[in-house]
Structures are given as structure tokens and as C-alpha cells.
Write a protein that binds this ligand. Structure first.
Ligand code: WT7
Length: 653
């Protein structure tokens, strides 16, 4: 049925057919998938309208499926719906009412389960709390929280009243938080005293206090008591979650919102210093994530589904909360680190909760490989029936390990390619219908049209590489960059001048003879560290904001565990001693400015950076040095060869 597990250089030749037992019960089997794929190819709008009718409950129908004035799209024009209604209310009249919506486990081991009815009640109450704090439809609410049920409650409460949320990952620093709060003009912030991470409370309220010191838009801060440290509460502005909830009414009808009503903003890194506020709206996004979750994760009522992503990233928005709860599926949420208290925490969670679907990132898989097989092997993982991967290309060896050691060779693996901007999954196997190959995302989801294009915009023939391009709008697509339509057009829709319908995601890729997509990684100055995008410019801006730094260039080098590691080349200001003290200080400085996730793994001091005659830093050359490679390619535009020679000497010395 499947080719043998040989670890060879020809790994990409291996093909795995879906297990017949899985196919038999799949939500989308071969026949259904083929029919829908055909419909999606011939009539994409008809396909998505069918999906919208089948997977989403609407208060009133649309007048038009798509209004497309490139690059601005409106989906399900004129229709009304509500995301929290779809995730909660519509499950309350049947057997799902008292089924677990969220099974939550805190890092210290505390467990809470919220049924759909209980979650609905909490969401209605918190929606009333928000109203009581003066939050109105259209107002932005920033959420800076640990992975606790209150985060999901706050999100759903925002959607209930039509207040777009802007979630900022708890690992971001106060400075990064301030930028995002200011850019979105948030009127309220929901946070916690702290969250548990590796046995220690990670302070959050303190960061919020620093972030909003001089931010006039924020009128109210709601604080969940999670870890219990003393935190200062400013009278009139700060409120305890539990106190406000104690008095809140549990009645809150869902707002009937336009399909294009803003649902959330989520900031992501770009090639320039300023993060982009990616805007998603209601009806199209909900259709996309609900449909893809049902088809790709093969969701069934009996499943316990666990996506290990933090809700602070798009994966958590779409596939911990919205796409999963909208299907009435139980979503497991875990607060803490994968190796606390021991290296088997994940496998222990899977065994104890009977997780059947597990969605994680290649960086995590590589970490587990290094930690040793004995940890997963000491747990009963037989409840698992499907595995997923997301965030970066998965190397075939990691895929095979995942397949053998975690999936017991019986679970299909869905390697899902998508982005913050795409809202939902775009390229993926359908587990009951598409043969998989380790390392390939296989084919587009039905209704999505992708191709590999050359710089000139011509289709690249297999097996050559080129730029991944999405050639028509899709319902979950970003609707813009918050407050910056020009940047939206330039970043995503201007790569190929005469192809106005074509979206450029910034990834390189190739297709094989079978038409399968193989993603090769970013082609722009964005690094993918542990599945998270970090702009080189962002780290450079942080470095040069330090008084002792004259100039800095940041590149990525391949790393076995995190995929990419950040390497910074730094020219100190005159008279500054370049040594371990400055190194340590700069690492701390980047952590303060952006967060530990952007801290360089390696800082190298240099008198000068390699530049073109026009003064542009040649990062290409630095990338080679950082990864210990020979300099290949053209160096004729280099202004001063000795700079390169010195950097090489330092590297070898
Ligand atoms: C970038 C998007 C939405 C996923 C979480 C990250 C890379 C993502 C894959 C995959 C190869 C992948 C791409 C993409 N990426 N999934 N299955 N195979 N590469 O979201 O932070 O917006 O990053 O992650 O480079 O452009 P994000």
C-alpha cells in the first residue's frame, strides 16, 4: 500500500495513499473531492457560495457572491451573519449543547472544560462587560493574553458585538504592543496579571502599563487573574475580569453584522520596519476557515482536536477557535511550553485527553526528534487519527518521523500552506482523497487557483522553481492593511504588472510532474523563525535604536530546530568596545523592543558592512557568510571588497 521507509536522498519520490479505512469515513472522499475540485475550477464563485450555504448560518442572504475590483474584494455582498453565533448559538439546540467546546489545560496541570452552553454564557457576559466599558460596534479591542479560556471568550465576545479584535502574542514586548495598540487605535485592552511559561509567570499587565502610558485611545483595561502576583490597578481605567463578570447579564443577542464587517486585525512582519495590520472580515473568512477545517481535518462530532499554536498567531485564530468551534468540534487548548514539566508533556496531553487530531509546526516536530523517541513511545497515542503540519516547509525526514512515531503509520498527514494574509488554508492534501508525499503541500484547496510564475509573469514548467502566485480572489483573503491601502496594493498585488488578479505571497515554490506544490520558503527579506515571520528590517531598526550601534544588517541562517536562526552583523559607534558585554546588551535590547522571539542567535561585530556603490547592504553576501557558505554569485557591484574579506576572516578565525 505504501513505499517502504527508506531514509534516502530520494525521499520526495515516496508516495502515501490514504488508508482505505480512513477514506471510507472521510468527510470528503475521492468522489466528493473530485466533484468539488471540478466545480471550484470551473465556477469558483459557485463553489464558494455552495460552501457558504453548507457551512455557515446566515441571518440574511447575499445579493452577490463576489464584488471584485482588484485588489479590493467583497464576498457575500449584503449578507448578514455573526461569527460568535456560528461558533456557539447554533450548536445549542441539539446534542452539542452540553458537549465540550474547549478543553483547556494550564501549564501547572489545572484543567477546565467549557461546554458550548457554558462558553456561550461566558461570551454573552463578557460581551456585556465590553459594552459596559463603552466598547461599540467597530471599536478595536486589543487582547494581550496567555493561552487561557478567557482569550477565546474575549475574542468571541468581540465578534458578538462587532468590535474587531487585535490580538498581540504574549511574547511580544511592551514596545511592540504599544505600536500595535496605537496603529489600531484600540479603545480597550484585555490582559492577565501573567501567564505560565516554563514554570514561571510571564508578566503581561506590567507590559500593558508600559505600553499604554501615553496612548490616549485606550480608555479601559480588563485584567484576568491567572497567576496571582500583585499588579498595580489604576482606578478608573483598570478592572478585574472576575469583578466585572460577576455583575454582567448573560443575555446578549448577537449583532447582525454585514459580511464585510471587520472581524479582526492581526499584525505580521513585512520587509520594512513597521508591522502590517492584516485586516480580515466576517462572512468570507468564516466560510473559508469553517469549510477548510471540516474538509482538511475531517472533523467529526467525536473528535478531540488539538492545534498547538498560540492564539496570538493566525493559526490559533483560524484553527484553534473560529474554524473549529464553528464546526461544533471540541478544541483543546494548552497554556504552556511543550517541555514543561518534562519532554513528554504533549504526548501526555494526547493520551490523557484522547486527542484524535493533532496540528503542530515542523519546528516542534524537530525539537521532539532531538529529545528522543522514548518520550512519545512511553505514551498511548492510539487515539490519534490525523496529523497536520503548518508554519514552514516540513523536511521529509521530519515528515517520516511524524508519520511513524506519532502517527503509528496509520494517520494521514496534512501539510497545510497558508499565511496570516490568506486567513485560511490554501494548499493542502485532502486526507481522504489526495496521495501525500513527504515535504509537499500537494494541491490547492478546491476553489483556490495557484501557479508558479517567473519574474516576468510566465508560468514556470515543472520541475523548475519560481514565485508562488494565487491567481484569483478567495473568501478568506485579507481585505487590506489597516490604514494603508497603498502598501496593500504594492506588497501583494503589484509583482506582475499586467496580472491584476494575481496575489504574491512572497514564497518561492516549484511543482512536480504531478502538479504537486513544493514550497521553498520566503523570497523576500522576511525570516521564518520557528514558523513565525520576522522582518529583517524590524530587527535592524531595533538594533540601530541602541545608542552604541551605528549600523546593522540582519539575515537568517538555516537552523536544525527553528528552521531559521537570526544572525546580526553590527557596526558599533566609534569608541564603543565590541565584545561580550555589548553582545549581551544588544540581545536584551532586541528582546525589549520586539520580544524574545526576535532575539538574534548570533551577533557579529564588524567595522563595515558589504554595500553596493549606491549604498545598499548586500544581504545576499551576508547570508552566505552567516551560513558558512562560499560566496557565490555576482560581487561586481560590491563597493569595497576588503569588507567581505574581513568578514570571512573573522568567520574563520
Ligand atoms: C509563511 C506564512 C499560517 C501559517 C502560520 C504562519 C510559511 C506556512 C507552510 C507550509 C511551507 C509554509 C510560508 C508562508 N509557511 N505554512 N505548510 N509549508 N511553508 O503564518 O506567519 O503568516 O507565515 O509561513 O513561508 O508565507 P505566517
Amino acid at each position: 500500500m505504501q513505499t517502504p521507509d527508506i531514509e534516502s536522498l530520494l525521499t520526495e519520490k515516496r508516495t502515501f495513499k490514504p488508508d482505505p479505512a480512513f477514506v471510507k469515513q472521510a468527510n470528503w472522499n475521492r468522489r466528493k473531492a473530485a466533484e468539488l475540485r471540478k466545480l471550484g475550477e470551473k465556477h469558483p464563485k459557485r463553489f464558494w457560495a455552495k460552501m457558504a450555504r453548507e457551512h455557515v448560518t446566515w441571518f440574511s442572504p447575499w445579493k452577490k457572491v463576489l464584488d471584485w475590483k482588484p485588489p479590493f474584494a467583497k464576498w457575500f455582498v449584503g449578507a448578514k451573519t455573526n461569527v460568535s453565533y456560528n461558533c456557539l448559538d447554533r450548536h445549542l439546540d441539539g446534542p452539542r449543547r452540553n458537549k465540550a467546546a474547549i478543553i483547556w489545560e494550564g501549564e501547572p496541570g489545572d484543567i477546565r472544560t467549557l461546554t458550548f452552553a457554558q462558553l456561550h454564557r461566558e461570551v454573552c457576559k463578557f460581551a456585556n462587560v465590553l459594552k459596559g466599558q463603552g466598547v461599540k460596534k467597530g471599536d478595536r479591542v486589543a487582547l494581550y493574553m496567555p493561552m487561557i479560556p478567557e482569550l477565546a471568550i474575549a475574542m468571541l465576545a468581540c465578534t458578538r458585538i462587532g468590535a474587531p479584535h487585535s490580538i498581540v502574542f504574549g511574547g511580544f514586548s511592551a514596545e511592540a504592543l504599544r505600536d500595535r495598540i496605537e496603529d489600531a487605535g484600540a479603545v480597550a485592552v484585555v490582559t492577565a496579571d501573567a501567564g505560565w511559561r516554563r514554570g514561571k509567570p510571564l508578566p503581561l499587565k506590567e507590559a500593558v502599563d508600559n505600553a499604554i502610558e501615553n496612548v490616549a485611545s485606550v480608555k479601559s483595561v480588563v485584567v484576568v487573574k491567572r497567576c496571582g502576583p500583585e499588579v498595580p490597578m489604576r482606578a478608573g481605567r483598570d478592572h478585574w475580569w472576575h469583578e466585572l463578570m460577576a455583575d454582567a447579564s448573560a443575555k446578549c443577542p448577537p449583532a447582525k453584522l454585514d459580511a464585510e464587517h471587520p472581524l479582526f486585525i492581526l499584525y505580521t512582519s513585512g520587509t520594512t520596519g513597521k508591522p502590517k495590520g492584516i485586516l480580515h472580515t466576517t462572512g468570507g473568512y468564516l466560510t473559508h476557515v469553517t469549510t477548510t477545517a471540516k474538509a482538511i481535518f475531517d472533523l467529526k462530532d467525536e473528535d478531540v482536536y488539538w492545534c498547538t499554536a498560540d492564539i496570538g498567531w493566525i493559526t490559533g485564530h483560524s484553527y484553534v477557535v473560529y474554524g473549529i468551534l464553528a464546526n461544533g468540534t471540541t478544541s483543546l487548548m494548552y497554556e504552556g511550553a511543550p517541555t514543561t514539566p518534562g519532554p513528554d508533556r504533549f504526548w501526555d496531553i494526547i493520551e490523557r485527553h484522547g486527542v484524535s487530531i493533532f496540528y503542530t509546526a515542523p519546528t516542534a516536530i524537530r525539537t521532539f526528534i532531538r529529545l528522543g523517541d522514548e518520550h512519545p513511545k512511553s505514551h498511548d497515542l492510539s487515539s490519534l487519527r490525523l496529523l497536520g503540519s503548518v508554519g514552514e516547509p516540513i523536511n521529509p525526514e521530519a515528515w517520516m518521523w511524524y508519520h511513524r512515531i506519532i502517527g503509528g503509520k496509520r494517520c494521514p498527514i496534512v501539510d497545510t500552506w497558508w499565511q496570516t494574509e490568506t486567513g485560511g488554508i490554501m494548499i493542502t492534501p485532502l486526507p481522504g482523497a489526495v496521495d501525500t508525499k513527504p515535504g509537499s503541500g500537494t494541491l490547492t484547496f478546491p476553489g483556490v487557483k495557484a501557479e508558479i510564475l517567473s519574474e516576468a509573469g510566465d508560468t514556470v514548467k515543472p520541475p523548475d522553481g519560481g514565485f508562488l502566485a494565487i491567481q484569483q480572489p478567495w473568501p478568506g483573503m485579507l481585505r487590506g492593511i489597516w490604514g494603508d491601502p497603498k502598501r496593500y496594493r504594492e506588497t501583494y498585488w503589484s509583482k506582475w504588472k499586467d496580472q491584476k488578479d494575481t496575489y504574491f505571497p512572497g514564497d518561492g515554490a516549484h511543482r512536480d510532474k504531478q502538479g504537486y506544490f513544493w514550497i521553498m520558503g520566503r523570497v523576500d527579506d522576511v525570516m521564518n523563525v520557528s514558523g513565525h515571520r520576522i522582518g529583517t528590517m524590524e530587527v535592524e531598526s531595533a538594533l540601530v535604536s541602541h545608542a552604541n550601534v551605528a549600523e546593522a544588517a540582519v539575515v537568517g541562517r538555516p537552523d536544525e530546530i527553528t528552521g531559521t536562526a537570526i544572525v546580526a552583523f553590527v557596526t558599533p559607534t566609534g569608541g564603543t568596545e565590541a565584545g561580550d558585554a555589548l553582545n549581551g546588551e544588544l540581545r536584551k535590547h532586541v528582546t525589549k523592543e520586539i520580544g524574545a522571539l526576535a532575539r538574534p542567535a548570533d551577533i557579529r561585530f564588524t567595522d563595515a558592512l558589504p554595500k553596493t556603490r549606491s549604498g545598499k547592504i548586500m544581504r545576499r553576501l551576508l547570508r552566505d557568510i552567516a551560513s558558512g557558505k562560499e560566496t557565490v554569485g555576482d560581487t561586481s557591484t560590491l563597493e569595497d571588497y576588503s569588507v567581505l574579506a574581513k568578514l570571512r576572516e573573522a568567520d574563520e578565525g
